[in-house]
Ligand binder design. Structure first.
Ligand code: GYE
Length: 296
């Protein structure tokens, strides 16, 4: 699944290979849209975009193809943190700068990327934990984790558990998708019947959790409260419908900021090592107009 917008791009355009990790969630779809909207030929880019379908081997293959194409800049969202040493070294040896998008890497390669743009996942987990500490200090928590080993899972769990880890009675991964979130919660309702709150690492899994809870004859948001991360429209709708209790935002719309960074990196200009995308949080006072006005 690869496409190129190069046909009309002039010789002065910046060639970019972008390896997106997948299309697992509403967040990801909005992020892909934002990136594609910003990296157009009209804006001076010649983009090759490849979706890895949540498989690291697909990403590594795409990155190697970008080296062969000798693109000006390689951008990618790593599905998990580890396993990139070899390919990052190859990219470095080829002299191609890397712009890391959204998730983070854990590598032995020195100075592996020029810049990273994404959210503060640990803070998101902390913010979720603060809501639980204040509003549900006696709740027993089931933690519905994202893709195991991904920066978003590792750091959200770290931030949450640092605050209210003692309240966590069980954990399982739903791989950031609605379907796997549902399956994980169906099992959790059997394994941890005492759980009264779910901390879900994203909205899609929380929406799957709602289906599982309702199918078990319980009321999501009441019998089992739900705290989630992202703030996509479907998640916010469930919040307004009182099925989710609190959502920590993770903003996927940073394509323009990314385009600005890529231009600077391609020109050899100095860029900050990190750009943190700003987030807010939503509680049940959120109104329908916020949902209706949401762009994704
Ligand atoms: O929260 C989730 C997605 O890495 C921030 O990945 C991203 C996360 C996002 O699947 O919905």
């Amino acid at each position: 699944d690869s496409e190129t917008a190069g046909a009309e791009a002039g010789s002065g355009s910046i060639t970019v290979g972008f390896s997106q990790l997948g299309a697992e969630s509403g967040w990801r779809t909005a992020n892909t849209e934002s990136v594609k909207k910003a990296l157009t030929s009209a804006n001076g880019f010649d983009l090759t975009f490849v979706d890895a379908q949540q498989k690291q081997e697909n990403q590594i293959k795409a990155l190697r193809d970008f080296i062969t194409q000798d693109v000006d800049v390689i951008a990618f969202s790593p599905v998990i943190e580890t396993g990139w040493d070899e390919v990052l070294q190859e990219i470095k040896d080829a002299g191609i700068p890397v712009v890391l998008v959204d998730r983070t890497v854990d590598t032995t390669v020195e100075d592996p990327f020029a810049t990273w743009i994404g959210a503060d996942f640990e803070q998101e987990g902390k913010t979720a934990g603060e809501w639980v500490a204040k509003n549900a200090p006696d709740a027993k928590v089931f933690e519905l984790q994202g893709t195991l080993g991904s920066g978003a899972q590792v750091d959200r769990e770290k931030g949450f558990d640092a605050g209210v880890g003692k309240q966590v009675v069980g954990k399982a991964s739903g791989n950031f998708t609605r379907a796997e979130g549902k399956t994980a919660v169906e099992a959790a309702l059997q394994t941890y019947p005492d759980a009264t709150l779910i901390f879900s690492h994203n909205d899609d899994m929380a929406l799957g959790a709602i289906e599982a809870i309702e199918a078990a004859g319980k009321v999501p948001g009441e019998d089992i409260r739900i705290v989630s991360v992202d703030g996509v429209r479907d998640g916010l709708q469930a919040l307004v419908d009182k099925k989710i209790n609190y959502i920590v935002e993770c903003n996927p719309v940073f394509g323009d900021q990314l385009a600005g960074l890529i231009k600077k990196v391609a020109a050899g200009e100095d860029v900050p090592k990190k750009t943190i995308v700003q987030d807010q949080a939503f509680d049940q006072t959120t109104t329908q107009s916020v949902v209706d006005g949401r762009a994704y």
